[in-house]
Every structure is written in C-alpha cells, then in structure tokens.
Design a protein around this ligand. Structure first.
Ligand code: F6R
Length: 261
C-alpha cells in the first residue's frame, strides 16, 4: 500500500484523475471499477474536462460500479445509475451499453448479484478500481462485519451510512435501507486500486483503515492485503496518519511517481 498526501482536495482529485486517464491511454480497453458519493463528484468533473481537452478517450472502456440502492429505479435522481450518467457517462464517449451497475430493481436480487460477478469475469476482471471511504470504514457498501472474502450481494446499510447519505434525499426517510454491493473479495480481485479520501471528516477512519489492524469491522483495512493499492488523500484527511513523514518521503523518492510531481 502507498499513501500519497496532497496539499488539498483539488490536488488529490487532480492526481487521481491523471492516474486514471494515463491508465486508460495505456490500455484503451480498460475495465474501470467506479464509485459514487460526494468525493467523486469533482473527480468526474476533472475527468470530463480532460476528455473535453482531448487527453483521453473512453470509447473502448467498460465500467462496473461498486454499488446501487435496492429499490431505486435507474431514473430516480438518487440512484447511482442516474448519478453516473449525469456526472460522467453522458459527458464522455463511453458506450453506455458497456457501463454496468448492480441491478437494484431486479426481481431476483441474488441472481442479479451472481450475474454481476460473472460479467466482471467475462470482461477479464477490473483493471483499476476507484474507491471512496465511508464513515463506517466501508468500501462499496461493505458495512462493518462484511466478510473480507465477500462477493457481490445484498447488504443492509449501517445507521451511520443512513446518516451520511440520508440528507442527499429530498426526504431522508426515502433513502433505501439496503443496497447491492461488490464484496470486499470482489474489490480485492482488481488489478490496481485507488482510494481517494478528502476532508477532515475522513481523518479518523482513514488512519484506522491504513495503519490499524485488518478487521472486518473496517472493510477498507482489507486493502492492506492488496499488492497494488494507492491511497490518495489531502492533508485534512491525512491529519491522523502517524506515518505521514514517511509517506511524503516515499512519494518524493519512488521513481514510479516522478512524472506526477
Ligand atoms: C459509493 C461507495 C461508498 C462511498 C463512501 C464515501 O459508490 O461505494 O463507499 O465511496 O460512502 O462517500 P462520500 O464520498 O460521499 O463521502
């Protein structure tokens, strides 16, 4: 695992966007694992800007999102399908048929989850998985006690997550209490992982995930097991990391990162 600390959220977002766009230019048919949430809104705006400037093309990419609420139709303005179309897919040259999200309105949710896993495998697996981190330490919607070997499945959302995302709904009580989410095991199968965390509210949980013990109580801590995982954060989110000075030194001296300074 590597931790890259940038001075502010804009710089952390810019670096993440550059990494993703470079990867897509290197492998034009990349399979991208995508996340939603507030943190990603400016990231997608940055990627769209790079696309508009001709820096990157998504015409041969496919994408898999981490999660979707159970019971929200794709045209509901809080569904993750709506979010993705609105903030990214409708603004770049990706083939919409090649953008996948778990089907939260399927008649048979367990079957939909199984098909989702099969689809990821058919496409050759995820090249780069983008993640945020929730206040429970979740990645995707893998709430506390999610098995570290879990696959895509239906999960009940933790009260802290309902508090985190409820205000995004016109009436917070409308927020579904369940979601379909890739499992921790699904996420760990990605070839590369980038977790983006910004803001003071993420400082405590990020420190636990990165420097604490691996535990199913904080599913992001499982990223310590991944051979190619980078955490990109701003100084606010890095505030409680004990190894900060060491992480700065690695970023400054690791040849892989020279082009990103
Ligand atoms: C969303 C997702 C979640 C969010 C996390 C952080 O697809 O998988 O894990 O990344 O809840 O959300 P924000 O960015 O709103 O703090």
């Amino acid at each position: 695992m590597e931790v890259i600390i940038q001075k502010d959220a804009a710089a952390a977002i810019d670096l993440t966007a550059r990494l993703i766009c470079h990867a897509v230019q290197d492998k034009k048919d990349s399979v991208l694992g995508l996340a939603t949430g507030r943190t990603m809104e400016n990231l997608y705006a940055n990627i769209v800007q790079r696309y508009d400037q001709g820096e990157v093309s998504f015409s041969r990419c496919s994408t898999f999102n981490l999660d979707e609420y159970v019971g929200l139709a794709p045209d509901h303005n809080q569904s993750y399908r709506y979010y993705m179309n609105d903030l990214l897919f409708n603004k770049i040259n990706i083939d919409l048929e090649e953008t996948y999200l778990p089907n939260g309105v399927a008649a048979d949710l367990a079957e939909a989850c199984k098909e989702y896993e099969e689809k990821i495998t058919d496409k050759g697996g995820i090249d780069i998985q983008l993640l945020g981190i929730g206040n429970t330490g979740h990645i995707g919607f893998n709430e506390p006690l999610s098995s570290l070997a879990s696959r895509t499945r239906e999960k009940a959302l933790a009260p802290i997550t309902l508090e985190q995302n409820g205000p995004l709904f016109d009436d917070p009580k409308e927020m579904p209490k369940r979601a379909l989410t890739m499992g921790v095991g699904t996420i760990l199968d990605a070839k590369k992982i980038i977790l983006l965390a910004t803001g003071k509210s993420k400082a405590s949980i990020l420190a636990k995930a990165v420097e604490g013990p691996i535990t199913s109580m904080i599913s992001a801590s499982a990223l310590q097991l991944h051979p190619n995982c980078v955490i990109i954060c701003d100084e606010d989110a890095a505030e409680e990391l004990e190894g900060k000075e060491y992480y700065y030194r690695i970023f400054e001296n690791e040849p892989e990162w020279q082009v990103y300074h």
